[in-house]
Every structure is written in structure tokens, then in C-alpha cells.
Design a protein. Structure first.
Length: 73
């Protein structure tokens, strides 16, 4: 029997990504961070968060990517 991935909260996602909780809330609102509402709380699957990051979801909306910033310096 496969072990099912557990749901985590905003604090866990912030720690996993190394960012502030405010960034997590902003990314939910403006950048479609994959989040599921359970009552008043947000819950996440870290595998969905990792996939979102890998697909470029964490890039700034109207700014250059990190790689572009480094090549321009």
C-alpha cells in the first residue's frame, strides 16, 4: 500500500521554499500557487508546490527570470 502525501500549511510551504509566509499568500493570490482551501485555511501538497516552482510559477510576473538577471550583470 502506497503512503499518501500529507497536507501541509502555509508555514510549512514557506519553510520548504525559504520564503516569508506573506510571499506564500501573495503567490496564491497573484501567481496561482497551487493551494486548496479547507474552511478558512490553505492546505498544500509539497509535490504540487515543487512542480509549480519547476514549471516557472515562482518567476516574477513582469520581471526577468533569475537566469536573465545574472546574464545581464
Amino acid at each position: 500500500m502506497a503512503v499518501e502525501e500529507r497536507w501541509v500549511g502555509v508555514e510549512d510551504v514557506a519553510a520548504h521554499l525559504g520564503v516569508n509566509k506573506d510571499s506564500v499568500y501573495r503567490w496564491i493570490e497573484k501567481m496561482d500557487l497551487p493551494a486548496h482551501r479547507v474552511g478558512r485555511l490553505f492546505r498544500f501538497k509539497l509535490s504540487e508546490i515543487d512542480e509549480w516552482v519547476k514549471s516557472g510559477g515562482a518567476r516574477e510576473a513582469n520581471g526577468p527570470s533569475t537566469a536573465e538577471k545574472k546574464t545581464n550583470e
